[in-house]
Design a protein around this ligand. Structure first.
Ligand code: LIP
Length: 265
């Protein structure tokens, strides 16, 4: 149905080009057009829109029958092959001139992610993964950390719930986690946080009310690097809305902290 090897080469080419396009906009951050989305703290820039349009054009030319789900334009087409795009994951980091933003793309075939790429253009770091073939950073194989105890772990998370004005803020869970872990980081791109778990720079990441385009590529990255990903109860049915990703060794210890914060579904 699809030549996955050829698709992975295509993916690497277009994600690098998309990253280069974002860097052009990054030179003009003072004058970039910014629009409000669902709430006044939820924003989109013209760079997000331009990068998604570019990726849709490239995918449409190469694979006209494939479906595409993108953060800015939603879902188009219907096919067992679906490209899931976050054109700029970490829009706020991007807008503030920070390094930690990414372009994130996953290819799903019959509902299962087969290919993933996350590119951090300002760092020139390209993370890639292919199901069953491992995860890589700029071509070098990745492996999760070997941290055994949650007390030695560095975690990351995010707070989309606050931006969306939700009642559930992640702050009570954040306070509890801080009592158990070595330290915490908030970079601003869920896709990159997952890549940092895959590369062993961080031992874990949790986030709720996150969207599939934020995490589809990063989840495959963690799993292919030997880590574990689940919802807050340890299963998969709550994915991708709730995500707990760890090096595997500290997954159970992390679930013990997180489980009491699971809401009913
Ligand atoms: C963002 C994330 C971030 C998360 C945000 C948001 P965007 O994606 O990746 O880590 O905490 O709430 O969803 O909107 O910049 O593509």
């Amino acid at each position: 149905m699809i030549n996955v090897h050829e698709a992975s080469q295509f993916l690497e080419t277009i994600i690098r080009e998309a990253g280069a396009l974002s860097l052009e906009y990054r030179k003009e951050l003072k004058t970039i057009r910014v629009e409000q989305k669902a709430t006044d703290r939820d924003i989109v820039t013209e760079a997000d829109q331009a990068v998604e349009s570019f990726l849709r054009k490239e995918i449409g030319e190469k694979y006209p029958d494939h479906a595409v789900l993108g953060e800015e334009e939603g879902e188009t087409g219907s096919s067992p092959c679906r490209w899931i795009i976050d054109p700029i994951d970490g829009t706020i980091a991007f807008l503030h001139g920070q390094y930690q933003y990414s372009v994130s793309i996953a290819l799903e075939v019959e509902g299962r992610t087969e290919l993933a790429a996350v590119f951090a253009p300002a760092l020139n770091d390209l993370f890639t993964a292919r199901r069953g073939k491992g995860a890589f950073l700029n071509g070098t194989p990745l492996h999760v950390s070997d941290t055994e105890k949650i007390g030695d772990a560095v975690f990351a998370s995010g707070f989309p719930c606050i931006r969306a004005g939700m009642k559930e803020t992640n702050l009570p869970l954040f306070s509890e986690m801080m009592m158990h872990i070595r330290d915490f980081r908030r970079g601003g791109s869920a896709a990159l946080e997952l890549c940092f778990v895959a590369s062993g720079q961080q031992d874990g990441y949790w986030e709720k009310h996150i969207e599939i385009y934020d995490v589809a590529a990063g989840i495959l990255m963690v799993e292919e690097a030997g880590g574990q990903v689940s919802d807050y109860r340890g299963g998969r049915e709550g994915l991708p809305t709730e995500v707990l990703a760890t090096n595997g060794r500290i997954h159970r210890q992390s679930l013990d902290v997180i489980r009491p914060f699971t809401s009913s579904r």
